[in-house]
Design a protein around this ligand. Structure first.
Ligand code: NAD
Length: 82
């Protein structure tokens, strides 16, 4: 399991699609869905158990701590804008 932040954005969503095209390792995708987030890009992953989408803010410490505890990702890849 890897955690992607901003995985509904331009670069992040394409990273998720590319990752799952070449790996069975699941992706936990945390994105706030601002104006820049677009779940349509990830429509082909509907029903794919390797992709878990969570709408939320990386600034929400309680949410992030809970996700880290529950899913124990081995890596975090951050695609948020600066
Ligand atoms: N787009 C490019 O051509 C390009 C080129 C080089 C580097 N980059 C870098 O890649 C990264 C991603 O760029 P992008 O174009 O995909 O950005 P984007 O704006 O398309 O996507 C950012 C995503 O982050 C989400 N997001 C924003 N704030 C959030 C928060 N607080 N919590 C959770 N999710 C949040 C948005 O909903 C969106 O889905 C950036 O760091 C950018 O600087 C982009």
């Amino acid at each position: 399991m890897i955690l992607i932040t901003g995985g509904a954005g331009f670069i992040g969503a394409n990273f998720v699609l590319d990752w799952l095209a070449g790996s069975q390792e699941p992706v936990l995708n945390l994105d706030k869905l601002t104006y820049a987030g677009n779940l349509e890009t990830l429509a082909s992953l509907q029903g794919d158990a390797r992709h878990t989408f969570v709408q939320g803010d990386i600034g929400d410490g309680e949410l992030v701590a809970g996700l880290l505890t529950r899913h124990q990702p081995r890596a975090i890849v951050n695609f948020l804008p600066p």
